[in-house]
Design a protein around this ligand. Structure first.
Ligand code: F6P
Length: 319
C-alpha cells in the first residue's frame, strides 16, 4: 500500500488528534502517504480529502477535539452512500482507511470492508464502551475532567451541607460514572449495569448523616435517566436540600491527559502497521497494556463489560 487515509467520526474525544498525528507520522516512517478525510463519513462521500504532511500534524498532540472535524452522517448509512465513499477513496488512489471513533463508526467501517475496501478501527470515545479493549481514547481525560469538577462541587457541598447529584455522560455505559465515583469518593454511584434501589441510596445517605457527614455526592450515569429526577425523589423522601449538576459537553473537551496521548499514539501507529501487514476489518485495542487487534465482527458482536468489582469496591469504601 502506498496511500492510506484517516478520518474521525461520531462524538469527538480528547486524544483523537494524537491518534491522527501517530497515523500520519507512522505512515511517513514507512514511506507511505497519508490523506486526511474531513468531516467523517459525510466528508468521505463528498471527497473532502486532503494529503497530510508531517508538518500538518505538528502542534496537535496536546489539543482536544479533532482537526479533521467529526460528523454523524445519515446518508452514509445507506448502500448508495457507502458506494459513494468507496468510489471517492478509489478516485484518490487510497488503498486503506483508518477510522477513529466509536462502535457506530466501526459499523460504518465494516460496511466499507464488505464492499472490498480495507479498513481498520481505532477506538476513540469518552464512553469507554467498546468491547475487546480495556480503554478507549478520551476516557481518561473525560474521567479527570469529571473528578476535577466533583472535587470543586464537594467544596461548596460541604460549606452548605447539601446533597449533590451529578450527571455524567457515557451513553448506555456506566464506566465514566463508576470510575469517577470511586476516584472522587461519591456516596452512591448510579449506573445502568447495576439495578437501582432508591431505598439503598437513601439508606447510604442516612448512614452518612448519622456519622456526621457534611455533604453527599451522588453520581448518575446519563443512561440511568436525569439527575433531577433522582434529586426530586431524594428531596421528597428526606426533605433535604439537593442541587443538580449536569456536566454535559465539558466532558468531551480539553487537552488529552498523558495516558490518552500514549494510548492514541500507540493505537494510531498500530492501525497503520496492521493495514501495511495486509490486515483489514479489524479494530485496535489494548488489553493488559498490550496493543491487540480484533476482528470487527467478533468485537461488535460482544457487549462491553464494565468491571463490576470496581462498583463493589466503591460501595465498601463509601460507607
Ligand atoms: O459518545 C460520546 C457522547 O458524548 C455520549 O457520552 C453522549 O451520550 C453523546 O456522545 C452526546 O452526543 P452529542 O454530542 O451528539 O450530543
Amino acid at each position: 500500500m502506498q496511500k492510506l487515509a484517516v478520518l474521525t467520526s461520531g462524538g469527538d474525544s480528547p486524544g483523537m488528534n494524537a491518534a491522527v498525528r501517530a497515523a500520519v507520522r507512522r505512515a511517513a516512517y514507512h514511506g507511505v502517504q497519508m490523506y486526511g478525510v474531513y468531516h467523517g463519513y459525510e466528508g468521505l462521500m463528498n471527497g473532502d480529502i486532503q494529503e497530510m504532511s508531517l508538518g500538518s500534524v505538528g502542534d496537535i498532540i496536546q489539543r482536544g477535539g479533532t482537526i479533521l472535524y467529526s460528523a454523524r452522517s445519515q446518508e452514509f448509512k445507506t448502500e448508495a452512500g457507502q458506494q459513494k465513499a468507496v468510489e471517492q477513496l478509489r478516485t484518490f488512489g487510497i488503498e486503506g482507511l483508518i477510522v477513529i471513533g466509536g462502535d457506530g463508526s466501526f459499523r460504518g467501517a465494516q460496511k466499507l470492508t464488505e464492499k472490498g475496501f480495507p479498513t481498520v478501527g481505532v477506538p476513540g470515545t469518552i464512553d469507554n464502551d467498546i468491547p475487546c479493549t480495556d480503554f478507549t481514547i478520551g476516557f481518561d481525560t473525560a474521567l479527570n475532567t469529571i473528578v476535577d469538577a466533583i472535587d470543586k462541587i464537594r467544596d461548596t457541598a460541604t460549606s452548605h451541607e447539601r446533597t449533590y447529584i451529578i450527571e455524567v455522560m457515557g451513553r448506555d455505559a456506566g464506566d465514566l460514572a463508576l470510575w469517577a465515583g470511586l476516584a472522587a469518593g461519591a456516596e452512591s454511584i448510579i449506573i445502568p449495569e447495576e439495578p437501582q434501589d432508591m431505598n439503598d441510596i437513601l439508606e447510604r445517605l442516612h448512614a452518612g448523616q448519622r456519622r456526621g457527614k457534611k455533604h453527599s455526592i451522588i453520581i448518575v450515569a446519563e443512561g440511568c435517566g436525569s439527575a433531577s429526577s433522582y434529586a426530586e425523589a431524594i428531596t421528597k423522601a428526606t426533605g433535604w436540600e439537593t442541587r443538580v449538576t449536569v456536566l454535559g459537553h465539558i466532558q468531551r473537551g480539553g487537552s488529552p491527559t498523558a495516558m490518552d496521548r500514549m494510548l492514541a499514539s500507540r493505537m494510531g501507529a498500530a492501525a497503520v502497521d496492521l493495514l501495511l501487514e495486509g490486515k483489514k476489518d479489524r479494530m485496535v485495542g489494548i488489553k493488559n497494556n498490550v496493543i491487540v487487534d480484533v476482528d470487527f465482527k467478533e468485537a461488535l458482536a460482544q457487549k462491553h463489560q464494565l468491571d463490576l468489582s470496581i462498583y463493589q469496591l466503591a460501595r465498601t469504601l463509601s460507607i
